[in-house]
Design a protein around this ligand. Structure first.
Ligand SMILES: Cc1cc2nc3c(=O)[nH]c(=O)nc-3n(C[C@H](O)[C@H](O)[C@H](O)COP(=O)(O)OP(=O)(O)OC[C@H]3O[C@@H](n4cnc5c(N)ncnc54)[C@H](O)[C@@H]3O)c2cc1C
Length: 470
């Protein structure tokens, strides 16, 4: 029997994309070395401490429209830490006032346009216009590279776009549907419209089961940090190495087929490298190793988000006046926040942790808009929270607050993005021992990143092993 050498893998970037890729590669038989530039692992899946509570500072949940994350959590042994949101769902703030968002919708696209909760927001004439979409030919509006906004407007009318889709896509994906490519945001939608004959029916197929608006998600107890910590612990326990506050220097291809590099002055060799960083850093890292692939990385404008967390002593919020929170339409000029999450209404474990206090998160940074200056907080956040929640709130209710800025984590998949990514993948395949992950390639959000990382890691390790057996 011949003993096989364990493939060595370098993973640059210790955000959630890098950790998930590293964990799956390790499970497929590789030994991994994760190098993270910052002092903390997890990237936008971070936590911070406010008023004695450890709370999510970035991502607070994951989509369960695909089984990828629940399967990962089970495999990690933390499946029992999954928590589900209050079924109250989210509200929308539009020029029609504050109303619960339609129960049945995908990306804000209503699956039953004549339902009472849709009519309440867009009015009967616009609801009828949206309903009549089923009589349009299935291919209507489906040109290559069409944006989500153009497509929704053409099939269902402008009010569905401005009052339902824009608030949801702006609040959840930090993106403007008028710039976002349909195929990039929802790769299955095009095929489903052709199959079912209508956008409403296709949107219905994308919903896992009947769930309240905004609740096709779950989270982790005590915080999303549990995912980051468990991945890191298991990587190290299985013999992997993780360096934080570190950079990879002198990465170069070796004649043997692998790569040489140094970290903190120590020399290493590996069989393959994975870049799990933003598009600009990936371009820089790839340039000397595969210049064609580096040039093919699509320009992905990144939008910044400023998140303001308020801990409040405000018993009047116990009634959950806006369910789990609200998404604000861009035409509502008196509110600057694009979304508000009433975290203690949404998550029971947080309500228990907060011991009677309320936790509210507001996010700022609509596509193309400058972020409000930090000096405007907490005043601006209290004023916006009052307007959104319909409850007067001021400094007397404030226990603590914290402002977190994510300068550029959410990528805007513009028209042509899917084609550009396909081309990038083709060029990258010329260097089979290099791979690239990250939200800009895998898709924004932990679910897309997990599904992508799992498959890519398995294939990369197989390629290394096959290469060695040849
Ligand atoms: C405020 C906010 C809320 C969100 N909410 C949700 C949510 O509820 N659910 C959801 O699914 N998604 C959510 N998202 C999106 C999700 O968090 C991101 O898609 C995901 O975290 C991106 O992970 P990543 O690893 O690709 O990138 P990042 O998190 O940006 O990680 C990249 C890492 O690479 C490191 N790095 C960069 N360059 C180098 C280098 N040269 N060498 C070494 N390391 C380097 C960085 O320091 C960073 O740690 C949210 C995002 C934000 C900003």
């Amino acid at each position: 029997m011949t003993s096989r050498k364990q493939p060595q893998l370098l993973v640059v970037g210790g955000g959630i994309s890098g950790l998930i890729y590293a964990w799956y590669a390790q499970r497929a038989g590789a030994k991994v070395h994760v190098v993270e530039a910052g002092p903390e692992l997890g990237g936008a899946v971070g936590t911070h401490e406010i008023a004695g509570m450890r709370l999510n500072s970035g991502a607070e949940a994951f989509a369960v429209t695909s089984p990828a994350v629940p399967q990962l959590l089970e495999a990690l042994g933390i499946g029992e830490s999954i928590v589900w949101p209050n079924p109250a769902g989210a509200w929308g703030v539009t020029d029609a006032g504050a109303n619960p968002l339609p129960d049945a919708a995908t990306l804000g696209i209503p699956t039953s346009p004549l339902a009472a909760d849709v009519r309440r927001i867009i009015g009967l004439p616009a609801a009828l216009r949206a309903w009549a979409e089923r009589f349009l030919p299935a291919g209507y509006g489906l040109r290559e590279g069409v944006t989500l906004g153009e497509y929704v407007r053409r099939r269902m009318g402008g009010k569905v776009l401005t009052h339902l889709v824009e608030p949801v896509v702006g609040g959840v994906h930090a993106a403007d549907p008028n710039l976002l490519e349909l195929d990039a945001i929802s790769p299955r939608l095009r095929g489903l419209v052709k199959e079912t004959g209508s956008l409403a029916a296709a949107a219905a197929r994308l919903r896992p089961q009947r769930q309240a608006a905004g609740s096709a998600i779950a989270s982790l107890k005590p915080s999303m940090g549990a995912l980051v910590d468990t991945l890191a612990q298991q990587i190290v326990a299985a013999g992997g190495k993780i360096d934080t506050s570190s950079r990879v220097e002198g990465l170069q291809a070796l004649p043997t087929g692998g790569y040489g590099y140094s970290v903190n002055g120590e020399q290493h060799v590996c069989d393959a490298s994975v870049f799990a960083v933003g598009p600009d850093q990936a371009r820089e890292l790839l340039a000397p190793l595969n210049a064609e692939a580096a040039r093919a990385i699509p320009e992905t404008p990144l939008s910044g988000v400023r998140l303001v967390t308020l801990v409040l002593d405000a018993p009047q919020l116990k009634q959950k006046p806006r369910g789990n929170g609200a998404l604000v339409a861009a035409h509502v000029k008196e509110v600057r926040a694009k979304a508000l999450t009433h975290a203690t209404a949404k998550w029971r474990h947080l309500a228990e942790l907060a011991e009677g206090r309320e936790v509210v998160r507001l996010s700022y940074g609509r596509n193309g808009e400058a972020l409000p200056d930090e000096s405007e907080f907490p005043t601006l956040a209290l004023a916006d929270a009052s307007r959104i929640l319909g409850v007067p709130l001021d400094e007397t209710h404030l226990v603590a607050h914290r402002v977190t800025t994510w300068p550029g984590t959410l990528g805007q998949a513009r028209s042509g993005h899917s084609e550009a990514l396909r081309e990038f993948g083709e060029r990258l395949s010329a260097t089979p021992r290099l791979d690239v992950t990250g939200a800009w390639r895998a898709g924004t959000g932990i679910a897309a990143i997990t599904a992508f990382g799992r498959e890519q890691a398995r294939q990369l390790v197989e390629r290394i092993i096959e290469g060695e057996n040849r």
